[in-house]
Design a protein around this ligand. Structure first.
Ligand code: FES
Length: 577
């Protein structure tokens, strides 16, 4: 690529009133004139926060990025973004993903940046940053924070979330004491980093890598491993190069073939259902059509290879030692668009061709997959006219074809009030239906889809049931859980019309979800249906309710789809002077 005029020169290049002001105020931080000599300015968008525990180490990562930027002749400037901590933020980080994407986009646009390094980690921080960077379209490279080291309790390995749900079920079934439960609590999260199963954070880090937005190996290097800081330093160096060259820009990397590659990778790693929503949202920013049917098409022809919880046995640390994502992509090369460009300037195939797998039980060869098809299925039918998602790889095979009677919970509070009520007729053949937990209904589409199995059934050894909702599910969860039902119940989707005792049929091999109720009866119920009053009447919540799209459209805001690319010729207008 040829050298491009630097956008930052519009701020720092002129002997003018504004040039004086822009340089003078930065000198308040102790910078010398050297930093204004025409070198590229590299923004480091940092979602560090002590409230986002998975991102709490990102200042150290930012220091490594700065080292790389300085050593390559750039001028790094770190800035904070809002941060979304999956565990502590209520009611759900998904309510704020689009807010963070707006923050990232507008900071890139408003500041004198020639390229940006995106530091993310916890679930929503990665898609939010990719969405914002896609819309601003300034050259960008992502560094994620990496997974935690594996948890160990007594002699048992513990995976974030996945084993918490399992231990909690054991506790509710009285097979574990309070003391044991408390002891395990201190053993699960024992280092910096994000959840170390193939949950949403690990999945989205893998998506960023498969899309080409990170350096190879980014997704799996554990957070405390020195090689994560090495990768950060190299990413800083690369950011200087792409700033000078004016690209590649996100729109030149995240093309339709790149999304195909990411979806193939998603299926091969048994990744989180949340990735479906996030990939659709990112694609819409770039004008890349990505219907749910594309996920199903690619799922049916992609082998499931990665044996990591919740769909498998191992943890992300094992995945890294086995070769990480490059080893998976190498196995898939015949199915991928190998010529897709990536942010390091090489194509995907060149990046992964020499990768090796060091443990074939963790990363299976294509001839010996965990399953012949990908881990996710897209369902349609009269209960989900615009689609629903099922993580087949985390479901019970015997329930993938199932007919049962609905037990309906009107919302999350109703479910918690009555799930263990002995007067509610539930057995292992029942289908648990949870309403009003979608994008508008909850609101924010929380990860409430994996409804708890009633304690009395747990004690009888029942470990899974068919559950259906318009919610999402934690990427760390497992079970036969149908999610993202669209349109959602809060806007009058067919899910709103289900009543106790209705027969529901799930046929995952045929990709159907059917409510066995006569059309005339459904029409009667529809005529009687009334929406609930809105959760918010002001503020950001109001904006969210007025503009959020349904799950099959990525839950972005309608007015945020597309781009307003920032270009070098964009001038900095007068600021405070
Ligand atoms: Fe942050 Fe799981 S809580 S990735």
């Amino acid at each position: 690529m040829t050298a491009q005029p630097l956008r930052s020169r519009n701020w720092f290049g002129g002997q003018t009133l504004d040039g004086f002001a822009h340089r003078s105020w930065l000198k308040a931080e102790g910078f010398s004139d050297v930093v204004f000599d025409g070198r590229p300015v590299i923004g480091i968008a940092n979602s560090w926060s002590e409230l986002t525990t998975c991102n709490a180490h990102l200042r150290q990562v930012a220091d490594a990025v700065k080292r790389g930027v300085w050593s390559a002749g750039g001028f790094p400037l770190e800035f904070p973004t809002i941060s979304l901590g999956e565990v502590l933020m209520k009611p759900t980080t998904m309510l704020f993903r689009n807010l963070m994407a707006m923050d990232v986009e507008e900071c890139i646009r408003a500041y004198p940046l020639d390229a940006v390094v995106l530091l993310s980690g916890c679930d929503k921080t990665t898609p939010a940053m990719l969405m914002g960077a896609a819309s601003a379209d300034v050259p960008a490279i992502m560094v994620t924070g990496g997974p935690m080291l594996r948890g160990v309790w007594r002699r048992e390995e513990l995976g974030s979330g996945t084993d918490l749900w399992r231990l909690w079920a054991e506790r509710r079934a009285d097979r574990m004491t309070d003391e044991e439960f408390c002891e395990a609590e201190s053993c699960m999260s024992r280092s910096s980093g994000h959840c170390m199963v193939m949950g949403t954070a690990s999945t989205m880090a893998s998506m960023a890598e498969a899309l080409g937005m990170t350096l190879p190996d980014n997704a799996a290097i554990p957070a405390p491993d020195a090689r994560r800081l090495t990768l950060a330093e190299l990413s800083g160096r690369r950011a200087v190069e792409i700033a000078k060259a004016g690209g590649p820009r996100p729109s030149e990397i995240m093309t339709a073939p790149a999304f195909d590659n990411a979806i193939r990778a998603l299926m091969a790693i048994g990744g989180s259902t949340n990735a479906v929503i996030h990939l659709v949202a990112i694609a819409q920013r770039l004008g890349v059509p990505l219907p749910l049917t594309r996920f199903d098409e690619l799922s049916r022809t992609t082998p499931f290879l990665v044996n990591v919880r919740p769909s498998g046995k191992y943890l992300m640390e094992d995945f890294f030692y086995a070769g990480g994502l490059p080893a998976v992509l190498r196995q898939l090369l015949a199915l991928l668009h190998g010529d897709a460009p990536t942010v390091n300037g090489r194509c995907l195939a060149d990046n992964v061709r020499s990768s090796e797998c060091y443990n074939q039980d963790v990363i299976r060869p294509v001839e010996l997959p965990l399953a012949g098809e990908g881990g996710l299925a897209i369902l349609t039918g009269n209960l989900c006219p615009d689609g629903a998602v099922l993580k087949v790889s985390a479901a019970s095979p015997r329930l993938l074809t199932h007919r049962g009677r609905a037990v309906v919970f009107e919302d999350h509070a109703d479910m918690h009030r009555r799930i263990d009520d002995a007067s509610v007729a539930i057995d292992e053949t029942s289908v648990l239906v949870l309403k009003h937990v979608g994008p508008r209904g909850a609101p924010g589409m929380p990860e409430w889809g994996a409804a708890p199995i009633p304690a009395r059934l747990l004690k009888r050894g029942v470990q899974d049931m068919v559950r259906i909702s318009d919610a999402r599910m934690s990427g760390t969860s497992y079970g036969t859980v149908v999610l993202h039902v669209a349109p959602e119940s809060a806007v009058g989707g067919p899910l709103a019309l289900v009543k106790d005792g209705d027969e529901i049929e799930l046929n995952a091999p045929a990709r159907t979800l059917t409510l066995r109720v006569a059309d005339e009866e459904l029409a009667r119920r529809r005529a009687a249906w009334r929406p609930r009053p809105p959760h918010f009447t002001r503020g950001y919540g109001r904006l969210f309710l007025d503009h959020v799209l349904q799950a099959n459209e990525g839950c972005d805001f309608d007015f945020l789809r597309g781009q307003t690319p920032v270009r070098a010729e964009d001038t900095a207008g007068p600021s405070h002077v």
